[in-house]
Design a protein around this ligand. Structure first.
Ligand code: ZN
Length: 159
């Protein structure tokens, strides 16, 4: 089942999302596959639970090996270097802009079983992780836009 994506302005997008406890509730277990379907359906490369109106610390990112579910993700290390690239967001339709992000980040999270995990990302993956974790803290990419872009082909950068 695909879920309805809430769009800016909506107070849920501005809330600090709640930590998730293990074992996962039946509701959260059911939410995860639907969140993945919604991300694929809308051609997103990442999605955060608050974008479907659930104010909990859950994100999914679409990587080469398939969707990766990160629960209670937290940035634990970041590069000194930043880079500026274009972003868009499923919750802010039609808006694209250049955003400065850390070039590399390392994220600690737990998986669906509650096992600790860490992952490092660089470039687009680092950008997706930062964008989605911002959603858990009530931050939208439009808060960080340096310059709006209107003429470029945006295609794959909707987060
Ligand atoms: Zn977004």
């Amino acid at each position: 089942m695909t879920l309805k994506i809430i769009t800016d302005p909506n107070p849920t997008l501005r809330k600090k999302a709640d930590l998730i406890e293990h074992p996962l509730s039946a509701g959260i277990q059911a939410l995860i596959p639907n969140l993945i379907k919604t991300m694929h359906n809308d051609k997103g490369i990442g999605i955060a639970a608050p974008q479907v109106g659930e104010s909990i610390r859950l994100i999914v990112i679409n990587i080469k090996d398939g969707p990766l579910v990160l629960i209670n993700p937290k940035i634990v290390a970041k590069s000194i270097r930043k880079e500026v690239e274009e972003e868009g967001c499923l919750s802010v339709p039609g808006v694209f802009g250049m955003v400065k992000r850390y070039k590399k980040v390392k994220v600690a999270a737990v998986d669906q079983k509650g096992e600790k995990m860490t992952m490092a990302g660089e470039g687009l993956l680092a950008r997706v992780l930062q964008h989605e974790i911002d959603h858990l803290n009530g931050i939208l990419f439009t808060d960080k836009i340096i310059r709006k872009t209107t003429d470029k082909a945006h295609g794959e950068k909707v987060l």
